[in-house]
Write a protein that binds this ligand. Structure first.
Ligand code: SAH
Length: 211
């Protein structure tokens, strides 16, 4: 019964907040129909887990709003074979979406409490293509580089250079760039010679904190 109720709420979220706003990648939409977002929020907030807004997840951090998670994911154009680096595990919700769509996800979170909590839920959901690390994600994960795709879920004034270095040629990175108030979601595409940057939209993320 409970599961059916949440399934209905997930469908409503996809049909009301994602499709009308331009999320059309079928695999991305499938992932949003499937991943139980309510399990990644505080039990007291499960009834509002599928609204299009961020929610607190403790320690002054937030789970991002579904539309932004979807937009970031769609811009990465995942096909299923990719090695992904995620900075800012947070609740682990975005991690689950990425794990549905790529081959392996390497996720870094600076706060051990959040990393542990996310790991527990993701293991209960039987994702076995995720590696977790506690630490400063601005340094990337050198031992596992290069990555086909990098997703950064916290805002920074400039793109950390280790992340550009650890992105493979032809790779895509999505990252919120700006100060605490005004940020742009930026898509970085790396080819043999150049780094191309595209602004996707305005956004508001918690700050990326460097060591
Ligand atoms: N995608 C997450 C959003 C988490 S908010 C979700 O949907 O739940 C951003 C997260 O980035 C926070 O948990 C914060 O602790 C983490 N963070 C901030 N700076 C970081 C850094 N330098 N390295 C790794 N994680 C960082």
């Amino acid at each position: 019964m409970e599961e059916q109720k949440y399934q209905g709420q997930r469908e409503h979220m996809v049909k009301k907040h994602l499709i009308p706003r331009g999320i059309k990648d079928k695999r991305v939409l499938e992932a949003f129909y499937k991943v139980p977002r309510h399990l990644f929020v505080d039990p007291a907030q499960r009834h509002i887990a599928y609204g299009d807004h961020p929610l607190p997840i403790g320690l002054e951090q937030t789970i991002s709003q579904p539309y932004i998670v979807a937009l970031m994911t769609q811009s990465l154009e995942l096909k299923g074979h990719e090695k992904v680096l995620e900075i800012g595990t947070g609740s682990g919700y975005q991690t689950a979406i990425l794990a549905e769509l790529a081959q392996h996800v390497y996720t870094i979170e600076r706060l051990p409490f959040l990393s542990e909590k996310a790991k527990k839920i993701l293991q209960e959901l039987e994702y076995n293509n995720i590696s977790f690390k506690v630490g400063d994600g601005t340094k990337g994960w050198p031992g596992e580089a290069p990555f086909d795709v990098i997703l950064v879920a916290a805002a920074t004034e400039s793109v950390p250079s280790p992340l550009v270095e650890q992105l493979s040629t032809g790779g895509r990175m999505v990252i919120p760039v700006g100060d605490i108030l005004v940020q742009n979601l930026v898509l970085v595409i790396k080819d043999e010679k150049d780094i191309e940057e595209q602004n996707l939209c305005g956004c508001r993320f918690v700050p990326l904190i460097r060591e």
